[in-house]
Design a protein around this ligand. Structure first.
Ligand code: HEM
Length: 508
């Protein structure tokens, strides 16, 4: 097909496949970054039947995805991942329609800015265990993963994950891997030619793969739904089950809602913490500054708490810089348009996939402040200091949409931000992080550009040593873990009471 001249510029395309052959399976955001340098901030490409609009400018991305949210909030059709594997029930891939909005309405009160701070007692408990675990193990990836999973499962289903070795951890990761596999662009013929999906399973091997993945995932979400209903204390399963929105949902649909929300919080938080650890190794200059702020504001006798945030601007800047320096969502999550639109004289056609190029926008060297360096100060001087939304010059606006855009913005961002602040503050308060060494005492190298591919992307596995900053820090960590309230039912009931006291209306 010839390029429609009204579309934004983009790389030359071949007949039928368009630009599919130029979009690599590995780290495609880096190729799209090159395209944006060549063709400008709004690019068009053709992936098979699909017109893809890529945006590489933070102001344009907000103009379209935020301000014109009524047009830009759909998701592209993904036959394999969205239809065959998850039967239209994956919240992230749901089309923008009444059913999606029903789910959003059900989730919003539990995930919103007013409810999220009430989950602090759980984040406090899980982060105390995280610090305690790091006193005796450097397996930080597993320890971060346990934190994230235990937090989400306690909230959603009322049970904790004590070790990270639980079978459900393995199942949950398997489900995420299956989803990533099914969602890979360019892997499934049926995504390129959706009409093929009418074939019976016998002639459509991808349907058989999807069905076995679906059965496994459904069973896991249903087991968790049961666990949530019979757990002691309040939790999201009970809350959602009693909500008006759930009245005409069957158990499978409800179980998927809870399961997807819970699973969305697993890898994401863990990956950002892995990025933080990588930064601590390759750009350690920020650590003494962060620790001196913590020593001044918090002191040596207690752990930092969420309420310290306003007094810890440097730590807040470290969190922002971690999200920016190596975004875990290099191409964002694809949105799609529900009607024709135009921008800067270009056509953005109905049904186009619209991708915000997070990788490019995070590393926008037009900002002139060494984007590849991990430098929290940039947030103090020009970003947090001035506020991020009241810039006068459009060109100067940095990218801040780490959690996405408009009506599809990350539902768990408030919980995620609280976790990131608490974990980063507590780790820097209690630990020094240094390179692992080999048998000859030589520093093991890490590559700060080596990342995994997929919808979310994290540093490839690497080693690091976590050392308590002092005997006193270790003693405080041990004490805080020992005295922590660990009865999850009690904690969840406390959270419920706190929500009621804050005037949040509850269904369970
Ligand atoms: C640091 C951690 C996290 C990051 C960086 C992150 C980032 C994102 C991004 C970029 C999107 C797509 C937004 C868009 O389409 O514009 C998203 C969607 C989503 N996130 Fe997160 N997320 C994180 C943690 C969480 C947590 C903890 C939860 C659950 C409590 C969660 C739940 C969701 C859900 C349900 C969606 C789908 C929204 C929709 O399509 O309607 N996320 N997230």
């Amino acid at each position: 097909r010839r390029r429609d001249r009204r579309l934004p510029p983009g790389p030359p395309r071949l007949p039928l496949i368009g630009n599919l052959h130029q979009a690599p399976l590995e780290l495609p955001a880096r190729t799209f970054h090159e395209w944006s340098r060549k063709y400008g901030p709004v690019i068009s490409a053709q992936f098979g039947m699909n017109t893809v609009i890529m945006i590489a400018d933070p102001v344009i991305a907000r103009d379209l995805l935020d301000k014109r949210g009524q047009i830009y909030s759909d998701r592209p059709r993904m036959v394999m991942a969205g239809e065959n594997l998850t039967k239209g029930m994956h919240l992230l891939l749901r089309r923008y329609n009444d059913r999606y909005r029903l789910h959003q309405r059900m989730d919003a009160p539990a995930l919103g800015p007013r409810a999220s701070p009430t989950y602090y007692p759980l984040q406090d408990l899980e982060s105390r265990q995280l610090l305690f675990d790091l006193l005796t193990s450097n397996d930080f990836d597993k320890i971060f993963g346990r934190y994230a999973a235990s937090l989400m499962y306690a909230l959603a289903y009322g049970y904790r994950l004590h070790t990270g070795n639980e079978k459900i951890m393995k199942d949950a990761h398997q489900v995420q891997q299956n989803f990533a596999y099914a969602g890979r662009v360019g892997t499934w013929i049926v995504d390129a030619i959706p009409a093929l999906n009418v074939l019976p399973p016998l002639l459509a091997p991808w349907k058989r793969t999807a069905e076995s993945f679906f059965q496994m995932e459904k069973a896991m979400h249903l087991r968790n739904l049961d666990a949530g209903r019979s757990a002691s204390g309040w939790n999201w399963t009970k809350e959602f089950t009693n909500s008006p929105e759930a009245k005409d949902m069957d158990d499978v649909e409800l179980a998927y809602n809870l399961g997807i929300v819970a699973d969305a919080g697993l890898d994401t938080t863990t990956m950002v913490m892995r990025v933080f650890t990588l930064a601590a190794l390759v750009a350690p200059d920020f650590i003494p500054k962060a620790q001196s702020e913590l020593d001044r504001v918090v002191g040596p006798d207690r752990l930092p708490v969420l309420a310290d945030r306003d007094h810890l601007p440097y730590i807040a800047a470290v969190v922002e810089e971690t999200l920016r320096w190596r975004t875990i969502a290099p191409t964002g999550a694809p949105h799609a348009t529900t009607q024709d639109d135009s921008y800067g004289g270009y056509l953005i056609p109905k049904g186009a996939t619209v991708m915000a190029l997070f990788w490019t926008m995070c590393l926008d060297d037009a900002q002139g402040d060494s984007p590849f360096h991990f430098r929290p100060e940039r947030w103090l001087v020009q970003r947090l200091g001035n506020g991020t939304s009241d810039k006068t010059s459009a060109e100067q606006q940095p990218f801040v949409n780490f959690f996405g855009y408009g009506r599809r913005i990350c539902a768990g961002r408030h919980i995620a931000r609280n976790s990131l602040f608490l974990l980063i503050a507590r780790l820097l308060w209690g630990f020094n992080i240094r390179h692992a060494v080999d048998a000859n005492g030589k520093k093991k190298k890490v590559d700060d550009m080596a990342f995994t591919s997929g919808f979310v992307s994290a540093p490839v596995p690497f080693e690091a040593i976590f050392e308590a900053r002092s005997a006193q820090a270790a003693a405080v960590i041990e004490r805080e873990w020992k005295v922590a309230e660990k009865d999850v039912g009690k904690l969840m009931d406390g959270i419920r009471e706190e929500q009621a006291a804050r005037g949040l209306s509850l269904c369970a």
